[in-house]
Design a protein around this ligand. Structure first.
Ligand code: V47
Length: 374
C-alpha cells in the first residue's frame, strides 16, 4: 500500500506509515502536514482514511437554516452578520415569523432545521424555549439542531441558570443536537483579535462537554484563513480530539473558510482553493476519532466541496435554502441548492450519494413520502 503513496516531501513518509498503520498522529506530524506543499500526497492520505471509514459513501441532507435574529452584543471582528439593536439592517423575528420561515420552502421534506443567531441583549430565555416548542409542535419529525455553545453560554448568563440547566431546559423543549459554530480558533491570542467578547476556548469546550453528557450530540468547527497560524490550528484540532476521546459526542468536524468582506478584517485575503482542500485533509488525518468531516459547500463553493470528497470529506452539508452569515460577508455562492444539485455534485465525483438525517441515518424517499432508517 505504501508503494501506492508518492511524495517528494521526505517529511511526509513517516506520517504516511502511521496513517496506513492506523496509528494516531501527534503534534509534530501535524506540523509536517501543515508545512508540506504536496497537497496531493496529504489528500491521498486523507482520502485513504475517508475510504477506510466510509467507503464510497458521501452524505448530504435536506435542511433549512433559520436565523431568528442578527442582533448581537458581541461585535466580533470576524463577523458581518451581527448588528447592534438599533443599527440599520438589525432584525428580530417574532415567533410567528420564525415558524413561518421554517414552513417556507418546506416542499423538499426537510429533515433538519439549523437554528443559530446573534446574542440578543433583551430577548428572554422563554422566547428561545417557545421558538423550539413551536417548531417541534408544527414539525415533529424534523430534527432541531439549534444554538452554538456561545449562544448557550449567553442564554445561561441572561437567564441566571447554569449551563447544565440551560441545556436541560432546551433539550426538554425539543432541541435535538447542537451545531458546531462559535469555536473559531481556541487560542486566546487569536480570539482577542477576531472575537474578543465571546466565551473563551475552554468555556466552549466545557459547554460541549456538558451537552454531550446530557446526551446531546454536537458538531465542531474551526474558522481558518484570518490571523491564525499553523500552531493555532494544530492546538485547536488537538483540543477537539482530546474532548472527543472523553465524550465521543462530536459527530462532524467542519473547517470553515473565513470570508472577510464587510467585516472589520476586510483587509485580509479570502482563502485559496489549495488552503480549503488542505484544511479538510488535515482535519481528516488528525481527528481520527471523529466519524465525519464535512466540506460545507456554502463556505468553500460547491466546486471545492465536490473536490474535497476525494481529499478527506465524506459530507457536503445540505440544501440550506436561505443562508445569511456568509452572504453578509460577501459569499457569492447560491443561498441554497436543490436535492438533485447535491446528488449531481456527489455522483460526478464518483461517490455514492446518501441522503442522511442529522444523526447520519439514511433517509429513503419515494415520490410522496420519506422514511429514516433507525
Ligand atoms: O461560528 C461567522 C462563522 C459560524 C464569518 O454544525 C464566518 O453543521 C466565515 O458554525 N466568514 C457559524 N465564517 C456557522 C456554523 C455552521 C455552518 C454550517 C453547518 C454547521 C453544523 C455549522 O460561521 C460562526 C463563525 O465561525 N462565521 N462570520 C465570516 N465572515
Amino acid at each position: 500500500m505504501l508503494r501506492a503513496f508518492q511524495t517528494d516531501d521526505a517529511a511526509l513518509r513517516p506520517v504516511a506509515e502511521k496513517v496506513l498503520a492506523g496509528t494516531r498522529l501527534d503534534m509534530d506530524e501535524g506540523r509536517a502536514l501543515y508545512r508540506s506543499a504536496d497537497v496531493l500526497a496529504v489528500g491521498w492520505l486523507a482520502n485513504h482514511v475517508r475510504e477506510r471509514l466510509h467507503g464510497n459513501r458521501a452524505y448530504f441532507n435536506v435542511n433549512r437554516h433559520i436565523n431568528p435574529t442578527n442582533v448581537c452584543v458581541a461585535a466580533c471582528r470576524l463577523c458581518a452578520f451581527g448588528r447592534k439593536k438599533d443599527a440599520p439592517g438589525a432584525y428580530t423575528m417574532a415567533l410567528e415569523e420564525a415558524w413561518q420561515a421554517a414552513a417556507s420552502g418546506y416542499s423538499e421534506a426537510i429533515t433538519e432545521f439549523h437554528i443559530v443567531g446573534g446574542l440578543h441583549p433583551d430577548l428572554p430565555f422563554e422566547y428561545f424555549l417557545d421558538l423550539i416548542r413551536g417548531l417541534k409542535q408544527r414539525f415533529p419529525q424534523v430534527h432541531l439542531k439549534a444554538f452554538t455553545m456561545v449562544e448557550i453560554a449567553y442564554l445561561a448568563k441572561r437567564a441566571k441558570l447554569t449551563i447544565r440547566q440551560t441545556l436541560e431546559q432546551l433539550k426538554a423543549a425539543g432541541v435535538d443536537s447542537l451545531p458546531g459554530g462559535g469555536a473559531e480558533i481556541f487560542a486566546d491570542r487569536v480570539r482577542h483579535i477576531i472575537c474578543d467578547h465571546k466565551i473563551d476556548g475552554d468555556q466552549w469546550l466545557e459547554t460541549a462537554r456538558l451537552a454531550h453528557r446530557l446526551g446531546l450530540r454536537s458538531n465542531a468547527t474551526m474558522l481558518y484563513g484570518h490571523v491564525e497560524n499553523d500552531e493555532d490550528r494544530l492546538d485547536h484540532l488537538l483540543r477537539l480530539r482530546a474532548l472527543q476521546d472523553e465524550t465521543g459526542g462530536f459527530q462532524t468536524y467542519i473547517p470553515l473558510a473565513f470570508h472577510p468582506a464587510n467585516t472589520p478584517l476586510q483587509h485580509l485575503h479570502t482563502t485559496t482553493g489549495w488552503r480549503d482542500i488542505k484544511e479538510v485533509a488535515i482535519g481528516r488525518l488528525l481527528l481520527d476519532n471523529f466519524a465525519h468531516v464535512k466540506s460545507y459547500w456554502q463556505m468553500v463553493s460547491p466546486k471545492i466541496a465536490q473536490i474535497a470528497l476525494r481529499f478527506g470529506a465524506d459530507d457536503i452539508d445540505g440544501t440550506v435554502v436561505e443562508e445569511k452569515i456568509y452572504h453578509d460577508a460577501g459569499a457569492t455562492t447560491p443561498q441554497g441548492l436543490r436535492r438533485q444539485d447535491l446528488i449531481r455534485l456527489i455522483k460526478e465525483a464518483g461517490r455514492e450519494p446518501i441522503e442522511r438525517d442529522t444523526l447520519y441515518r439514511p433517509v429513503t424517499r419515494t415520490e410522496t413520502s420519506f422514511t429514516v432508517s433507525v
